[in-house]
Design a protein around this ligand. Sequence first.
Ligand code: GDP
Length: 431
Amino acid sequence: MSNCAIVGINWGDEGKGRMVDLLTEKYDIVVRFQGGGNAGHTVINQYGKHALHLLPSGIFRDGVVNILGNGVALDPQNLWQEMQGLIEAGVPLTPENLMISDRASLLLPWHRDLDELEEARLADKKYGSTKQGIAPFYGDKNQKKTILAGELFYPQELKVHLADIMEWKNLTLTRVYGACGYTAEMLQQWLDEYCEKLKPFVRDTGAFLRQAQAAGKSILFEAQLGALRDLDYGIHPYTTSSNTLAAYAPVGSGLPSAKIEEVVGVVKAYSTCVGEGPFVCEMSGPEAEELRRAGDEYGAKTGRPRRVGPLDMVATRYGVQLQGATELALTKLDVLSYMKEIPVCTHYLLDGEEISDFPFPTALAEAKPQLAYLPGWQQDISAARTWQELPQEARDYVNFIEEAVGCLITYVSVGPERDSIIIREKTGGQK
Ligand code: GDP
């Protein structure tokens, strides 16, 4: 069977977790290939409601192997705490259904401190970091100043390596920020308390994946955040510090030779954006508050109110192109049911010109949204399970998006539960 990546088309929080949870049924392996515990997928199923931060969303399915690839920011403390939450809810976690790449770099205790110290230094120029240490982590990873999970099996060498990095990092903590440095005892405690617990799950997942590929197993690649947060192609510098694109999935997962035949891009029926940075179609006032409340748009990790707006066709088309999406899942359509007419951003106005291509990040601050309004359906659609059960106005809205972004919408989600989904035929043309 073919491989598939489930990726975000916009700024993140599109509902990728619910799509992975739904589609894992068809796959043998789910791999998280980038990012860390700085965002959260919310999944609702027989185990209850869970916000997953680092664990792959296939963790709830029997017989699915879940892998944390080498591209993730592996935070032992957060991961262990997240695992505890699931174990308490009755989800089985064993080295058979959860594997950690021995080549994943460990997010070290000072990464969180540095994130916090730097955001405080930036004050009103801050990036809006979730302060989980992700940016300092990836910075250090690229400088080769991190520890690989596999080093936990070499305690003598690890001790020396960790002491070397600590000495270097203490210079930044104490001399640049005037903060406290770390000691060998503090690191030993961190190793004992968290890293030791994860050791049984760490293995050569690259070898495992190569064997699985040879045996014809199917792999689902799960991304965090969305295309507009991609380090190279997103809204620099308000991106995340890793690559959120499907193209990176093979490299970050441990199977660089993988072919990904299907890329399911997840798009929310309206726009949301957490944190700082340009957000051209942002709504404000009571209109924004109503949409935020209807969609329960508060961060899964931080509880921060998300910025909201109408669906942005310019950004979404760009996201579809970056991801190479072969099909789309449109989520949260039910949230728009209260609207009499539904705004959509069709173009940007920039320097007096109407543009439909996503501009260079610096220009975004000057771009103004051009809105069109589509008729709303003003009825509850959360019980719809077939395309025909959707009111015509809802179908027209979906078709409008499909045409505007140039990609088939094969899934329409009308609620957070696993079965609140309409699956359309991949041939298109259904009005
Ligand atoms: P992710 O990071 O892309 O997985 O997105 P989040 O988990 O942050 O946000 C998606 C939120 O919307 C979660 O709380 C989901 O349970 C919820 N959700 C997903 N799909 C739907 C839907 O179709 N309708 C409604 N009402 N909620 C949904």
